[in-house]
Design a protein. Structure first.
Length: 152
C-alpha cells in the first residue's frame, strides 16, 4: 500500500527523510524518483541527518557515489549520468547495495535492472514552489515500516 505525505518546505522534506532514517537498517535500499528540482537531494540530506551524519551531503551527480559513516554506513548514489549499467558494477555496486549499510539511489530508473527485488521506493513530486508530494511504496517484500504511527 502506498503512503503519501505533503511537505511545505525543504526543511519539512529533510525532516521526513530524517524520520524515515530512524527505521532503516543495514542492507536496506531506498530509491528516489522525481523530476529535476523535485527535492530528491533535500530528502537525501534528511536521511543522512537521521543517520547521524553532520557534514555536507552534496548530490553525487558527478561521482555516482558518496559514502558516509553514521549510525550505519550510508551509500548515496546518483545514477543520472549512467550511460551503461555496467558502470555501476565497475565501481563495485554489489558491495554497496544490500550490503553493510543503507543505499539510497537517486535516478534509479536509469538502471532498474541493477536494483534488488526488495526495496523502498520514494517518489517526490513538486506541487508548487514550496510543496512536495512524497509517496512511499514498498517494492517486492520490503518490510513494513511504522512512520508517524502509520504503516509505510
Amino acid at each position: 500500500m502506498d503512503k503519501t505525505y505533503l511537505t511545505h518546505s525543504f526543511r519539512e522534506t529533510q525532516e521526513l527523510g530524517s524520520r524515515l532514517a530512524q527505521h532503516l537498517r543495514a542492507g536496506d535500499v531506498v530509491t528516489l524518483c522525481g523530476d529535476l528540482g523535485a527535492g530528491k537531494s533535500e530528502f537525501s540530506r534528511g536521511v543522512a541527518r537521521g543517520l547521524g551524519i553532520t557534514g555536507p551531503v552534496p548530490s553525487p551527480s558527478f561521482t555516482i557515489l558518496n559514502t558516509y559513516e553514521g549510525r550505519e554506513m550510508f551509500y548515496h548514489f546518483d545514477w543520472y549520468r549512467i550511460a551503461d549499467p555496467q558502470e555501476l558494477y565497475d565501481i563495485g555496486l554489489d558491495e554497496f547495495v544490500g550490503g553493510d549499510g543503507i543505499a539510497l539511489i537517486e535516478w534509479s530508473e536509469r538502471a532498474e535492472e541493477c536494483l534488488p527485488e526488495d526495496y523502498l521506493q520514494v517518489c517526490i513530486e513538486k506541487v508548487d514552489d514550496g510543496t512536495r508530494s512524497i509517496t512511499f511504496r514498498a517494492m517486492g517484500a520490503f518490510r513494513k515500516i511504522m512512520l508517524d504511527g502509520e504503516t509505510v
